[in-house]
Ligand binder design. Structure first.
Ligand code: GLC
Length: 561
Protein backbone atom coordinates (compact mmCIF):
# COMPACT_ATOMS: atom_id res chain seq x y z
CA UNK A 1 0.00 0.00 0.00
CA UNK A 2 1.28 3.46 -0.89
CA UNK A 3 1.28 6.25 1.64
CA UNK A 4 -1.20 8.96 0.68
CA UNK A 5 -0.85 12.52 1.71
CA UNK A 6 -3.42 15.27 1.58
CA UNK A 7 -1.83 18.54 0.72
CA UNK A 8 -4.20 21.25 1.87
CA UNK A 9 -2.14 24.00 3.44
CA UNK A 10 -1.13 23.12 6.95
CA UNK A 11 -1.65 26.45 8.61
CA UNK A 12 -0.68 26.53 12.23
CA UNK A 13 -2.97 29.44 13.04
CA UNK A 14 -6.35 28.86 14.66
CA UNK A 15 -9.03 28.76 11.96
CA UNK A 16 -10.45 32.15 11.09
CA UNK A 17 -13.81 32.88 12.71
CA UNK A 18 -15.57 32.19 9.43
CA UNK A 19 -13.97 28.76 9.21
CA UNK A 20 -14.80 27.56 12.70
CA UNK A 21 -16.80 24.61 11.37
CA UNK A 22 -14.06 23.09 9.21
CA UNK A 23 -12.53 21.04 12.00
CA UNK A 24 -15.21 21.35 14.62
CA UNK A 25 -16.40 18.57 16.89
CA UNK A 26 -20.18 18.86 16.79
CA UNK A 27 -22.33 17.13 19.39
CA UNK A 28 -25.84 16.20 18.28
CA UNK A 29 -28.59 16.65 20.85
CA UNK A 30 -31.91 14.94 20.35
CA UNK A 31 -33.72 17.35 22.69
CA UNK A 32 -36.61 15.14 23.79
CA UNK A 33 -34.16 12.53 25.09
CA UNK A 34 -31.33 14.63 26.52
CA UNK A 35 -32.47 16.11 29.86
CA UNK A 36 -35.93 16.80 31.26
CA UNK A 37 -36.17 19.88 33.52
CA UNK A 38 -39.86 19.70 34.46
CA UNK A 39 -40.45 16.00 35.12
CA UNK A 40 -42.93 15.34 32.28
CA UNK A 41 -40.68 12.59 30.88
CA UNK A 42 -39.75 14.63 27.81
CA UNK A 43 -36.41 16.36 27.47
CA UNK A 44 -36.61 20.13 27.01
CA UNK A 45 -34.66 23.33 26.34
CA UNK A 46 -34.11 24.15 30.02
CA UNK A 47 -32.86 20.59 30.50
CA UNK A 48 -30.18 21.26 27.90
CA UNK A 49 -29.35 24.59 29.56
CA UNK A 50 -28.89 22.83 32.89
CA UNK A 51 -26.31 20.58 31.20
CA UNK A 52 -24.22 23.31 29.57
CA UNK A 53 -21.41 22.73 32.13
CA UNK A 54 -21.37 19.07 31.08
CA UNK A 55 -21.17 20.04 27.40
CA UNK A 56 -18.38 22.50 28.15
CA UNK A 57 -16.45 19.89 30.11
CA UNK A 58 -16.69 17.47 27.19
CA UNK A 59 -14.68 19.86 25.04
CA UNK A 60 -16.95 20.02 21.99
CA UNK A 61 -16.98 23.00 19.62
CA UNK A 62 -20.67 23.07 18.70
CA UNK A 63 -24.01 21.46 19.39
CA UNK A 64 -26.51 20.52 16.73
CA UNK A 65 -30.06 20.52 18.05
CA UNK A 66 -32.44 18.12 16.34
CA UNK A 67 -35.90 19.73 15.91
CA UNK A 68 -37.39 21.40 18.98
CA UNK A 69 -40.19 23.09 17.02
CA UNK A 70 -43.91 22.58 17.72
CA UNK A 71 -44.76 19.11 16.49
CA UNK A 72 -47.25 16.29 17.01
CA UNK A 73 -44.25 13.91 16.89
CA UNK A 74 -45.49 11.86 13.97
CA UNK A 75 -41.77 11.56 13.12
CA UNK A 76 -39.82 12.50 16.23
CA UNK A 77 -40.16 16.26 15.58
CA UNK A 78 -39.23 16.08 11.88
CA UNK A 79 -42.89 16.94 11.30
CA UNK A 80 -42.76 20.68 11.98
CA UNK A 81 -45.90 22.72 12.71
CA UNK A 82 -44.14 26.08 12.89
CA UNK A 83 -40.52 26.66 11.88
CA UNK A 84 -40.13 29.81 13.94
CA UNK A 85 -41.16 28.71 17.41
CA UNK A 86 -40.34 26.28 20.22
CA UNK A 87 -42.69 23.41 21.09
CA UNK A 88 -44.45 24.51 24.31
CA UNK A 89 -43.69 21.06 25.76
CA UNK A 90 -39.99 21.89 25.33
CA UNK A 91 -40.04 25.55 26.37
CA UNK A 92 -40.25 29.01 24.87
CA UNK A 93 -38.25 31.23 22.56
CA UNK A 94 -36.98 33.01 25.67
CA UNK A 95 -35.67 29.65 26.96
CA UNK A 96 -33.98 29.13 23.62
CA UNK A 97 -32.34 32.56 23.81
CA UNK A 98 -31.09 31.73 27.29
CA UNK A 99 -29.65 28.40 26.08
CA UNK A 100 -27.85 29.94 23.14
CA UNK A 101 -26.42 32.67 25.37
CA UNK A 102 -25.13 30.11 27.86
CA UNK A 103 -23.58 27.97 25.11
CA UNK A 104 -21.94 30.97 23.45
CA UNK A 105 -20.54 32.04 26.79
CA UNK A 106 -18.72 28.69 26.81
CA UNK A 107 -17.51 29.22 23.19
CA UNK A 108 -19.89 26.49 21.99
CA UNK A 109 -21.57 27.23 18.64
CA UNK A 110 -25.17 26.29 17.91
CA UNK A 111 -26.50 24.53 14.82
CA UNK A 112 -30.25 24.01 14.38
CA UNK A 113 -32.06 21.52 12.20
CA UNK A 114 -34.08 22.84 9.30
CA UNK A 115 -36.64 20.57 7.65
CA UNK A 116 -37.46 21.98 4.20
CA UNK A 117 -38.71 18.93 2.29
CA UNK A 118 -42.01 18.72 4.15
CA UNK A 119 -44.04 20.48 6.83
CA UNK A 120 -46.31 18.70 9.26
CA UNK A 121 -49.98 18.29 8.41
CA UNK A 122 -50.74 20.68 11.31
CA UNK A 123 -48.74 23.53 9.73
CA UNK A 124 -50.95 26.57 8.99
CA UNK A 125 -50.22 26.20 5.28
CA UNK A 126 -51.43 22.63 5.13
CA UNK A 127 -54.60 23.41 7.04
CA UNK A 128 -55.18 26.24 4.59
CA UNK A 129 -54.53 23.92 1.66
CA UNK A 130 -57.14 21.46 2.93
CA UNK A 131 -59.71 24.20 3.38
CA UNK A 132 -58.97 25.69 -0.06
CA UNK A 133 -60.32 24.34 -3.35
CA UNK A 134 -58.48 22.28 -5.91
CA UNK A 135 -56.12 24.39 -8.02
CA UNK A 136 -55.93 27.18 -5.42
CA UNK A 137 -52.69 29.01 -4.50
CA UNK A 138 -52.89 27.40 -1.04
CA UNK A 139 -52.73 23.92 -2.59
CA UNK A 140 -49.85 24.96 -4.84
CA UNK A 141 -47.51 25.18 -1.83
CA UNK A 142 -47.76 21.38 -1.65
CA UNK A 143 -47.92 18.66 -4.27
CA UNK A 144 -51.59 17.91 -4.92
CA UNK A 145 -52.73 15.83 -7.89
CA UNK A 146 -55.92 14.17 -9.09
CA UNK A 147 -56.05 10.41 -8.73
CA UNK A 148 -56.16 7.83 -11.50
CA UNK A 149 -59.14 5.81 -12.68
CA UNK A 150 -62.63 7.03 -13.59
CA UNK A 151 -63.36 8.23 -10.03
CA UNK A 152 -59.76 9.23 -9.22
CA UNK A 153 -59.65 6.64 -6.45
CA UNK A 154 -56.22 5.33 -7.38
CA UNK A 155 -53.17 7.38 -6.30
CA UNK A 156 -51.52 9.49 -9.03
CA UNK A 157 -48.55 7.11 -9.07
CA UNK A 158 -47.59 3.87 -7.46
CA UNK A 159 -44.86 5.36 -5.24
CA UNK A 160 -43.89 4.11 -1.81
CA UNK A 161 -43.07 6.37 1.13
CA UNK A 162 -39.70 6.13 2.84
CA UNK A 163 -41.21 4.61 5.97
CA UNK A 164 -43.39 2.04 4.20
CA UNK A 165 -46.87 2.33 2.70
CA UNK A 166 -47.97 4.53 -0.21
CA UNK A 167 -46.48 8.01 -0.75
CA UNK A 168 -49.88 9.59 -1.55
CA UNK A 169 -52.79 10.32 0.77
CA UNK A 170 -56.32 11.32 -0.26
CA UNK A 171 -58.14 14.38 1.05
CA UNK A 172 -61.94 14.70 1.39
CA UNK A 173 -62.52 16.39 -1.99
CA UNK A 174 -60.81 13.45 -3.71
CA UNK A 175 -57.39 14.94 -4.52
CA UNK A 176 -54.18 13.31 -3.37
CA UNK A 177 -51.06 14.86 -1.85
CA UNK A 178 -47.49 13.58 -1.92
CA UNK A 179 -45.68 12.59 1.28
CA UNK A 180 -42.32 10.90 0.84
CA UNK A 181 -42.30 10.19 4.59
CA UNK A 182 -45.40 9.77 6.80
CA UNK A 183 -48.85 11.07 5.73
CA UNK A 184 -48.40 13.68 8.49
CA UNK A 185 -45.42 15.09 6.51
CA UNK A 186 -46.80 16.55 3.26
CA UNK A 187 -44.03 17.44 0.78
CA UNK A 188 -43.64 21.09 -0.11
CA UNK A 189 -43.62 22.35 -3.70
CA UNK A 190 -40.28 24.11 -4.08
CA UNK A 191 -41.32 25.62 -7.41
CA UNK A 192 -43.61 27.86 -5.41
CA UNK A 193 -42.12 31.32 -4.77
CA UNK A 194 -43.80 31.70 -1.38
CA UNK A 195 -42.25 28.43 -0.15
CA UNK A 196 -38.80 29.62 -1.21
CA UNK A 197 -39.21 33.02 0.40
CA UNK A 198 -40.57 31.64 3.63
CA UNK A 199 -37.52 29.46 4.23
CA UNK A 200 -35.28 32.47 3.71
CA UNK A 201 -37.33 34.18 6.41
CA UNK A 202 -36.80 31.16 8.69
CA UNK A 203 -33.04 31.16 8.09
CA UNK A 204 -32.92 34.86 8.94
CA UNK A 205 -35.12 34.36 11.98
CA UNK A 206 -32.71 31.87 13.61
CA UNK A 207 -29.57 33.61 12.34
CA UNK A 208 -30.78 36.86 13.88
CA UNK A 209 -31.21 35.00 17.18
CA UNK A 210 -27.54 34.08 17.01
CA UNK A 211 -27.67 30.57 15.57
CA UNK A 212 -24.33 29.74 13.93
CA UNK A 213 -25.45 27.17 11.41
CA UNK A 214 -28.04 24.79 10.03
CA UNK A 215 -28.28 21.06 9.49
CA UNK A 216 -30.42 20.62 6.41
CA UNK A 217 -32.76 17.65 6.61
CA UNK A 218 -33.25 15.53 3.47
CA UNK A 219 -31.27 18.13 1.53
CA UNK A 220 -31.36 16.05 -1.66
CA UNK A 221 -35.16 15.92 -1.81
CA UNK A 222 -36.52 19.41 -2.44
CA UNK A 223 -36.38 19.68 -6.24
CA UNK A 224 -38.74 17.26 -7.95
CA UNK A 225 -39.68 16.59 -11.53
CA UNK A 226 -43.43 16.16 -11.31
CA UNK A 227 -44.08 16.34 -15.06
CA UNK A 228 -46.99 14.12 -16.13
CA UNK A 229 -47.29 11.24 -16.66
CA UNK A 230 -45.88 10.16 -13.31
CA UNK A 231 -44.33 6.81 -14.09
CA UNK A 232 -42.69 4.14 -12.01
CA UNK A 233 -39.65 5.31 -10.05
CA UNK A 234 -36.16 3.96 -10.54
CA UNK A 235 -34.88 2.21 -7.43
CA UNK A 236 -33.33 4.73 -5.05
CA UNK A 237 -30.70 2.18 -4.13
CA UNK A 238 -29.26 2.57 -7.62
CA UNK A 239 -28.93 6.29 -7.11
CA UNK A 240 -26.87 5.71 -3.97
CA UNK A 241 -24.70 2.95 -5.44
CA UNK A 242 -24.07 5.09 -8.54
CA UNK A 243 -25.68 2.73 -11.06
CA UNK A 244 -28.37 5.31 -11.86
CA UNK A 245 -27.21 8.18 -14.11
CA UNK A 246 -26.40 11.11 -11.83
CA UNK A 247 -29.22 13.58 -11.39
CA UNK A 248 -31.78 11.48 -13.23
CA UNK A 249 -34.11 10.45 -10.40
CA UNK A 250 -37.37 12.44 -10.53
CA UNK A 251 -37.47 12.90 -6.74
CA UNK A 252 -33.93 12.80 -5.37
CA UNK A 253 -30.65 14.62 -5.93
CA UNK A 254 -31.72 16.68 -8.93
CA UNK A 255 -29.29 19.34 -10.11
CA UNK A 256 -31.90 22.12 -9.67
CA UNK A 257 -31.82 21.69 -5.90
CA UNK A 258 -28.49 23.54 -5.87
CA UNK A 259 -30.21 26.72 -7.13
CA UNK A 260 -32.22 26.73 -3.91
CA UNK A 261 -29.07 26.45 -1.80
CA UNK A 262 -27.30 29.16 -3.80
CA UNK A 263 -30.10 31.47 -2.60
CA UNK A 264 -29.65 30.30 0.97
CA UNK A 265 -25.91 30.89 0.73
CA UNK A 266 -26.53 34.54 -0.12
CA UNK A 267 -28.46 34.87 3.12
CA UNK A 268 -25.85 32.90 5.14
CA UNK A 269 -23.21 35.29 3.83
CA UNK A 270 -25.13 38.36 4.98
CA UNK A 271 -23.96 37.44 8.48
CA UNK A 272 -20.57 37.86 10.07
CA UNK A 273 -19.28 35.23 10.42
CA UNK A 274 -21.30 33.64 7.63
CA UNK A 275 -23.71 30.99 8.86
CA UNK A 276 -22.59 27.45 8.07
CA UNK A 277 -24.75 24.63 6.81
CA UNK A 278 -24.35 20.89 6.55
CA UNK A 279 -26.42 18.79 4.19
CA UNK A 280 -28.02 15.51 5.10
CA UNK A 281 -27.98 14.05 1.61
CA UNK A 282 -27.97 10.30 1.07
CA UNK A 283 -26.43 10.52 -2.41
CA UNK A 284 -23.67 8.80 -4.30
CA UNK A 285 -20.28 10.07 -3.00
CA UNK A 286 -19.48 11.54 -6.40
CA UNK A 287 -22.49 13.87 -6.01
CA UNK A 288 -21.66 15.00 -2.46
CA UNK A 289 -19.34 17.85 -3.56
CA UNK A 290 -22.36 19.65 -5.04
CA UNK A 291 -23.93 19.93 -1.60
CA UNK A 292 -20.62 20.84 0.04
CA UNK A 293 -19.79 23.56 -2.45
CA UNK A 294 -18.93 26.98 -0.98
CA UNK A 295 -21.61 28.41 -3.30
CA UNK A 296 -24.16 26.10 -1.72
CA UNK A 297 -24.53 24.64 1.74
CA UNK A 298 -20.76 24.37 2.25
CA UNK A 299 -20.56 21.03 4.01
CA UNK A 300 -22.25 17.63 3.65
CA UNK A 301 -22.42 14.61 5.89
CA UNK A 302 -20.45 11.64 4.73
CA UNK A 303 -22.14 8.46 5.89
CA UNK A 304 -19.42 6.26 4.38
CA UNK A 305 -17.74 5.46 7.68
CA UNK A 306 -21.09 4.87 9.33
CA UNK A 307 -21.71 2.19 6.71
CA UNK A 308 -18.23 0.66 6.87
CA UNK A 309 -17.41 -2.49 8.78
CA UNK A 310 -14.66 -2.54 11.39
CA UNK A 311 -11.97 -3.35 8.92
CA UNK A 312 -8.65 -1.63 8.14
CA UNK A 313 -9.11 -1.85 4.37
CA UNK A 314 -12.60 -0.34 4.39
CA UNK A 315 -11.55 2.43 6.76
CA UNK A 316 -8.45 3.22 4.72
CA UNK A 317 -10.37 3.46 1.46
CA UNK A 318 -13.11 5.55 3.03
CA UNK A 319 -10.72 7.97 4.71
CA UNK A 320 -8.55 8.41 1.62
CA UNK A 321 -11.53 8.98 -0.69
CA UNK A 322 -13.27 11.38 1.66
CA UNK A 323 -10.18 13.48 2.25
CA UNK A 324 -9.45 13.83 -1.43
CA UNK A 325 -13.11 14.62 -2.23
CA UNK A 326 -13.17 17.34 0.43
CA UNK A 327 -9.98 18.81 -0.91
CA UNK A 328 -11.44 18.93 -4.42
CA UNK A 329 -14.65 20.57 -3.29
CA UNK A 330 -12.97 23.16 -1.06
CA UNK A 331 -14.89 21.94 1.96
CA UNK A 332 -13.79 19.89 4.93
CA UNK A 333 -14.55 16.22 5.46
CA UNK A 334 -17.21 15.11 7.90
CA UNK A 335 -17.06 11.95 9.97
CA UNK A 336 -20.16 10.33 11.43
CA UNK A 337 -20.35 7.03 13.31
CA UNK A 338 -23.81 7.41 14.84
CA UNK A 339 -26.87 9.65 14.75
CA UNK A 340 -30.56 9.53 15.68
CA UNK A 341 -31.42 7.44 12.59
CA UNK A 342 -29.04 4.49 12.86
CA UNK A 343 -28.14 1.62 15.18
CA UNK A 344 -25.52 2.87 17.65
CA UNK A 345 -21.98 1.95 16.61
CA UNK A 346 -20.89 0.03 19.75
CA UNK A 347 -23.69 -2.40 18.85
CA UNK A 348 -22.89 -2.51 15.13
CA UNK A 349 -19.26 -3.31 15.92
CA UNK A 350 -20.19 -6.13 18.29
CA UNK A 351 -22.12 -7.98 15.56
CA UNK A 352 -20.78 -10.05 12.66
CA UNK A 353 -19.51 -7.98 9.72
CA UNK A 354 -21.83 -7.23 6.81
CA UNK A 355 -20.38 -9.75 4.41
CA UNK A 356 -20.38 -12.57 6.93
CA UNK A 357 -23.50 -14.69 7.31
CA UNK A 358 -26.07 -12.00 6.54
CA UNK A 359 -26.14 -8.77 4.58
CA UNK A 360 -27.63 -6.75 7.42
CA UNK A 361 -26.63 -8.25 10.78
CA UNK A 362 -27.58 -5.14 12.75
CA UNK A 363 -31.07 -4.97 11.27
CA UNK A 364 -31.62 -8.70 11.89
CA UNK A 365 -30.37 -8.30 15.43
CA UNK A 366 -32.86 -5.51 16.07
CA UNK A 367 -35.70 -7.51 14.54
CA UNK A 368 -34.94 -10.42 16.87
CA UNK A 369 -35.09 -8.05 19.91
CA UNK A 370 -31.36 -8.40 20.31
CA UNK A 371 -31.17 -12.19 20.40
CA UNK A 372 -29.61 -13.10 17.05
CA UNK A 373 -26.98 -12.87 15.63
CA UNK A 374 -25.03 -12.98 18.88
CA UNK A 375 -23.82 -9.60 20.12
CA UNK A 376 -20.40 -9.30 21.76
CA UNK A 377 -20.92 -6.10 23.75
CA UNK A 378 -17.37 -5.93 25.09
CA UNK A 379 -15.87 -6.25 21.64
CA UNK A 380 -18.31 -3.70 20.20
CA UNK A 381 -17.41 -1.14 22.83
CA UNK A 382 -13.67 -1.74 22.43
CA UNK A 383 -13.96 -1.18 18.70
CA UNK A 384 -16.25 1.83 19.12
CA UNK A 385 -13.67 3.46 21.37
CA UNK A 386 -10.86 2.68 18.94
CA UNK A 387 -12.97 4.01 16.05
CA UNK A 388 -13.77 7.36 17.63
CA UNK A 389 -10.19 7.94 18.66
CA UNK A 390 -9.15 7.31 15.07
CA UNK A 391 -11.86 9.66 13.77
CA UNK A 392 -10.95 12.43 16.21
CA UNK A 393 -7.35 12.30 15.00
CA UNK A 394 -8.38 12.92 11.39
CA UNK A 395 -8.67 16.29 9.66
CA UNK A 396 -12.27 17.41 9.15
CA UNK A 397 -15.24 17.81 11.43
CA UNK A 398 -16.55 15.02 13.59
CA UNK A 399 -20.26 14.75 14.39
CA UNK A 400 -20.93 12.95 17.68
CA UNK A 401 -24.35 11.74 18.78
CA UNK A 402 -25.51 12.20 22.38
CA UNK A 403 -24.72 9.19 24.54
CA UNK A 404 -21.90 7.88 22.37
CA UNK A 405 -19.50 9.46 24.87
CA UNK A 406 -20.97 6.99 27.37
CA UNK A 407 -20.52 4.11 24.93
CA UNK A 408 -24.28 3.53 24.97
CA UNK A 409 -25.40 0.52 22.97
CA UNK A 410 -28.60 0.30 20.93
CA UNK A 411 -31.57 -0.74 23.09
CA UNK A 412 -33.25 -3.59 21.25
CA UNK A 413 -35.95 -4.81 23.59
CA UNK A 414 -38.28 -1.81 23.78
CA UNK A 415 -41.82 -3.22 24.17
CA UNK A 416 -43.90 -2.81 21.03
CA UNK A 417 -46.54 -0.71 22.80
CA UNK A 418 -43.85 1.80 23.81
CA UNK A 419 -42.30 2.21 20.36
CA UNK A 420 -42.77 5.65 18.83
CA UNK A 421 -40.98 5.58 15.50
CA UNK A 422 -43.37 5.61 12.52
CA UNK A 423 -40.98 3.20 10.81
CA UNK A 424 -42.24 0.51 13.23
CA UNK A 425 -45.96 1.10 12.69
CA UNK A 426 -45.84 1.88 8.97
CA UNK A 427 -43.79 -1.23 8.25
CA UNK A 428 -46.25 -3.29 10.36
CA UNK A 429 -43.39 -4.33 12.59
CA UNK A 430 -41.21 -5.68 9.79
CA UNK A 431 -38.76 -2.94 10.79
CA UNK A 432 -38.14 -2.05 14.42
CA UNK A 433 -37.31 1.58 13.77
CA UNK A 434 -35.02 4.06 15.47
CA UNK A 435 -36.26 4.26 19.07
CA UNK A 436 -33.37 2.15 20.35
CA UNK A 437 -30.86 4.95 19.76
CA UNK A 438 -33.20 7.63 21.17
CA UNK A 439 -33.63 6.31 24.71
CA UNK A 440 -33.19 9.16 27.24
CA UNK A 441 -29.68 9.52 28.62
CA UNK A 442 -28.71 8.12 32.05
CA UNK A 443 -27.17 10.93 34.11
CA UNK A 444 -27.12 9.29 37.55
CA UNK A 445 -26.66 5.81 38.90
CA UNK A 446 -30.01 5.72 40.73
CA UNK A 447 -33.18 7.75 40.97
CA UNK A 448 -36.11 8.43 38.68
CA UNK A 449 -35.18 7.91 35.03
CA UNK A 450 -31.51 7.80 36.08
CA UNK A 451 -31.30 11.56 36.41
CA UNK A 452 -32.89 12.28 33.04
CA UNK A 453 -35.77 13.93 34.90
CA UNK A 454 -38.10 13.54 37.84
CA UNK A 455 -40.71 11.55 35.88
CA UNK A 456 -40.80 8.43 33.73
CA UNK A 457 -38.71 8.73 30.59
CA UNK A 458 -40.82 8.85 27.42
CA UNK A 459 -38.97 5.78 26.08
CA UNK A 460 -38.18 3.05 28.62
CA UNK A 461 -34.59 2.86 29.86
CA UNK A 462 -33.13 -0.56 30.73
CA UNK A 463 -32.62 -1.38 34.43
CA UNK A 464 -28.82 -1.43 34.08
CA UNK A 465 -28.67 2.11 32.59
CA UNK A 466 -27.41 3.61 35.84
CA UNK A 467 -24.19 1.59 35.57
CA UNK A 468 -23.20 3.50 32.42
CA UNK A 469 -24.43 6.89 33.66
CA UNK A 470 -22.47 10.12 33.56
CA UNK A 471 -22.23 10.00 37.36
CA UNK A 472 -20.53 6.60 37.33
CA UNK A 473 -18.27 7.26 34.36
CA UNK A 474 -17.16 10.68 35.53
CA UNK A 475 -15.34 9.09 38.45
CA UNK A 476 -13.61 6.40 36.41
CA UNK A 477 -10.46 7.47 34.52
CA UNK A 478 -10.77 4.40 32.27
CA UNK A 479 -14.41 5.07 31.30
CA UNK A 480 -15.55 5.90 27.80
CA UNK A 481 -16.60 9.37 29.00
CA UNK A 482 -13.10 10.02 30.39
CA UNK A 483 -11.58 8.86 27.12
CA UNK A 484 -13.75 11.27 25.09
CA UNK A 485 -12.79 14.13 27.40
CA UNK A 486 -9.09 13.36 27.18
CA UNK A 487 -9.24 12.94 23.42
CA UNK A 488 -11.13 16.19 22.87
CA UNK A 489 -8.80 18.09 25.13
CA UNK A 490 -5.74 16.71 23.32
CA UNK A 491 -7.32 17.39 19.97
CA UNK A 492 -7.65 21.05 20.89
CA UNK A 493 -4.03 21.18 21.91
CA UNK A 494 -2.62 19.19 19.00
CA UNK A 495 -4.81 19.93 16.01
CA UNK A 496 -3.18 22.30 13.55
CA UNK A 497 -3.87 22.47 9.84
CA UNK A 498 -5.91 20.11 7.72
CA UNK A 499 -3.32 17.66 6.42
CA UNK A 500 -2.36 14.12 7.34
CA UNK A 501 0.07 11.58 6.00
CA UNK A 502 -0.12 7.81 6.09
CA UNK A 503 2.89 6.26 7.78
CA UNK A 504 4.72 3.12 6.68
CA UNK A 505 3.10 0.04 8.15
CA UNK A 506 -0.41 1.15 7.22
CA UNK A 507 -2.07 -1.81 5.61
CA UNK A 508 -4.34 -4.75 6.27
CA UNK A 509 -4.18 -4.61 10.04
CA UNK A 510 -2.93 -1.20 11.08
CA UNK A 511 -3.81 2.39 10.17
CA UNK A 512 -1.06 4.75 11.19
CA UNK A 513 -0.97 8.41 10.18
CA UNK A 514 0.82 11.60 11.13
CA UNK A 515 -0.65 15.06 11.64
CA UNK A 516 1.24 18.36 11.48
CA UNK A 517 2.89 19.38 14.72
CA UNK A 518 4.41 16.01 15.53
CA UNK A 519 1.64 13.64 16.54
CA UNK A 520 0.35 10.40 15.13
CA UNK A 521 -2.57 8.05 15.51
CA UNK A 522 -2.26 4.29 15.26
CA UNK A 523 -5.16 1.85 15.17
CA UNK A 524 -4.84 -1.91 15.35
CA UNK A 525 -7.85 -3.58 13.74
CA UNK A 526 -6.68 -6.96 15.03
CA UNK A 527 -6.35 -9.85 15.48
CA UNK A 528 -3.01 -9.75 17.38
CA UNK A 529 -0.96 -7.03 19.12
CA UNK A 530 1.48 -4.89 17.13
CA UNK A 531 4.52 -2.91 18.32
CA UNK A 532 3.90 0.76 19.11
CA UNK A 533 6.11 3.28 17.35
CA UNK A 534 8.59 5.42 19.26
CA UNK A 535 7.05 8.37 21.10
CA UNK A 536 4.83 9.30 24.03
CA UNK A 537 1.34 7.85 24.14
CA UNK A 538 -0.97 10.69 25.20
CA UNK A 539 -4.29 8.89 24.99
CA UNK A 540 -5.39 5.38 24.10
CA UNK A 541 -8.75 3.76 23.63
CA UNK A 542 -7.88 0.82 25.88
CA UNK A 543 -5.08 -0.51 28.07
CA UNK A 544 -1.71 -0.97 26.37
CA UNK A 545 0.42 -4.04 26.72
CA UNK A 546 3.89 -2.62 27.40
CA UNK A 547 5.09 -1.35 24.04
CA UNK A 548 2.42 -3.28 22.20
CA UNK A 549 -0.85 -1.93 20.83
CA UNK A 550 -3.47 -4.63 21.47
CA UNK A 551 -6.10 -5.59 18.90
CA UNK A 552 -9.05 -3.20 18.46
CA UNK A 553 -7.21 -0.31 20.07
CA UNK A 554 -6.11 3.17 18.97
CA UNK A 555 -3.35 5.27 20.51
CA UNK A 556 -2.24 8.85 19.88
CA UNK A 557 1.50 9.25 20.00
CA UNK A 558 3.49 12.44 20.30
CA UNK A 559 6.99 12.66 18.92
CA UNK A 560 9.71 12.58 21.55
CA UNK A 561 10.28 10.46 24.61
C1 GLC B 1 -34.07 12.78 8.04
C2 GLC B 1 -34.05 12.72 9.55
C3 GLC B 1 -34.97 11.63 10.00
C4 GLC B 1 -36.37 11.95 9.51
C5 GLC B 1 -36.39 12.16 8.01
C6 GLC B 1 -37.67 12.80 7.56
O1 GLC B 1 -33.54 11.66 7.46
O2 GLC B 1 -32.74 12.54 10.00
O3 GLC B 1 -34.96 11.46 11.38
O4 GLC B 1 -37.22 10.90 9.85
O5 GLC B 1 -35.37 13.04 7.61
O6 GLC B 1 -37.72 14.14 7.97
Amino acid sequence: MHPVSTTRSASTARPAAADWWRQAVVYQIYPRSFADSDGDGIGDINGITSRVPYLASLGIDAVWLSPFYPSALADGGYDVDDYRDVDPVLGTLADFDELIGRLHAQQIKVIVDIVPNHTSNRHAWFREALAAPKGSPARDRYIFRDGLGPDGSRPPADWKSGFGGPAWARVPDGQWYLHLFTPQQPDLNWENREVRDDFLTTIRFWSDRGVDGFRVDVAHGLAKNMAEPLGALPDEKHMIDGTLPAGSHPLWDRDEVQDIYAGWRQVFNEYDPPRMAVAEAWVHPSRRPRYASPRGLGQAFSFDLLQADWNAGEYLRTITDNLSDAQRQGSSTTWVLSNHDVIRHPTRYGLPPKDDRTAQPARDWLLSNGTSPRLDRGLGLRRARAAILLVLALPGSAYLYQGEELGLPEIADIPENRRQDPVFTRSHGTEKGRDGCRVPLPWTQHGPSFGFGAGHAHLPQPGWFGSVSVEVQRQDPASTLSMYRQALSWRHKLQTGESMEWMPGTGDQVLHFARPGGWRSMTNFGPGPVPLPHGIVVVSSGPLDGHQLPADTTAWIRNGG
